[in-house]
Ligand binder design. Structure first.
Ligand code: NAD
Length: 247
C-alpha cells in the first residue's frame, strides 16, 4: 500500500488509535493534517509524523466546534491543495448508568462522536466532490454502537449514529467516487480503556475469542486497507476489529 502524494486528515490524532493511524499513513508516504483537543499532544504527534519524513499540519481544536472545523479545513486546503482521505477518529466516553446519566454527559458524547464526524464529513466531502478526485472517508465506530453496553447508552447511541451516517453517506457519495466505511473496534489498548474499571476490563476480556485486547496498530491496519486502492469496491461497510468479540 502506498499513499504517496495523498493528503490524509485524521481527527483526534494526539494519542491512541488516531495517532497510530496517522503514523501508519505517514510511513506509506502520505501528507498528514491532524488535530486533537490539546495543543501539546497534537504538536507532539505532528513531530513524530515529521520525524518519519512526512509533511504534517496540526491544530488543537474541538471537533464539535463548527467554526474551528471550517478554519481547519481552510488551512488544510491552503497548505495541501486537496484532501483524499478523511478519518473521523476523535471520540470520547462519558460513562454512567442510564438512570443516573446527566444531560451534559449525553450531550458531550453525542457532540464529539457524532456531531464532530458530521461536521468533518460535510466540509471535506464537499471539497472532495469539487476536486473531482474521488476519496475515502473512514469513520471510527465501536462494538458498543452495534451491541450496546451497560453504562454507555450515550456513547453507544453516538456510535450507532456514526454507523447509520456512514451507510447514508455511502449511498449519497458513491457516484462521486467517494467510499464511506466504518471501522468498529472492540477493546483496544489505549488511554480510553485504561480509565475503565478493572472488573469490567476482566469481564470483557473473557468474552474475546482472541483472549486479548487489540492494539492501535491493528486498527490502523484496517483503516489503511479501507483507504487503499485494494478496497475500491467496498462502500458502506462496517469492518469489525474486535478479536471475535461479537461472533
Ligand atoms: N480504545 C478502544 O477500545 C476503542 C474501542 C472502540 C472504539 N474506539 C474509538 O476509537 C477512537 C479513538 O479512541 P482512543 O482509544 O484512541 O481514544 P483516546 O482517548 O486515547 O484518544 C482520543 C483522541 O481524540 C482527541 N479528542 C477527544 N475529544 C476531542 C475533541 N472534542 N476534538 C478533537 N479531538 C478530540 C483526544 O485529544 C485524543 O487525541 C474513538 O472514536 C473511540 O470511540 C476506541
Amino acid at each position: 500500500m502506498t499513499f504517496q502524494d495523498k493528503t490524509v486528515v485524521v481527527t483526534g490524532a494526539g494519542r491512541g488509535i488516531g495517532k497510530a493511524i496517522a503514523l501508519a499513513f505517514a510511513r506509506q508516504g502520505a501528507n498528514l493534517a491532524i488535530n486533537a483537543l490539546h495543543q501539546e499532544t497534537a504538536s507532539a504527534a505532528a513531530g513524530e509524523i515529521q520525524a518519519i519524513g512526512a509533511q504534517a499540519q496540526w491544530a488543537a481544536l474541538d471537533v464539535s466546534d463548527e467554526q474551528a472545523v471550517t478554519q481547519f479545513a481552510d488551512q488544510v486546503f491552503e497548505k495541501f491543495g486537496a484532501v483524499h482521505i478523511l478519518v473521523n477518529n476523535a471520540g470520547i466516553t462519558r460513562d454512567n448508568l442510564f438512570l443516573r446519566m446527566k444531560t451534559e454527559q449525553w450531550d458531550e458524547a453525542l457532540a464529539v462522536n457524532l456531531r464532530g464526524a458530521f461536521l468533518f464529513t460535510r466540509i471535506f466531502a464537499r471539497r472532495m466532490i469539487r476536486q473531482k478526485t474521488g476519496g475515502r472517508i473512514i469513520n471510527m465506530a465501536s462494538v458498543a454502537g452495534e451491541a450496546g453496553n451497560p453504562g454507555q447508552a450515550n456513547y453507544s447511541a453516538a456510535k450507532a449514529g456514526v454507523i447509520a451516517m456512514t451507510k447514508s453517506c455511502a449511498r449519497e457519495f458513491g457516484h462521486y467516487g467517494i467510499t464511506v466505511n466504518a471501522v468498529a473496534p472492540g477493546l483496544i489498548e489505549t488511554d480510553m480503556i485504561r480509565s475503565m474499571e478493572q472488573a469490567a476490563v476482566d469481564y470483557v476480556r473473557k468474552k474475546i475469542p482472541a483472549g486479548r485486547f487489540g492494539t492501535p496498530e491493528e486498527v490502523a491496519d484496517a483503516v489503511l486497507f479501507l483507504a487503499s486502492d485494494s478496497a475500491s469496491y467496498i462502500n458502506g461497510a462496517v469492518l469489525r476489529v474486535n478479536g471475535g468479540l461479537l461472533v
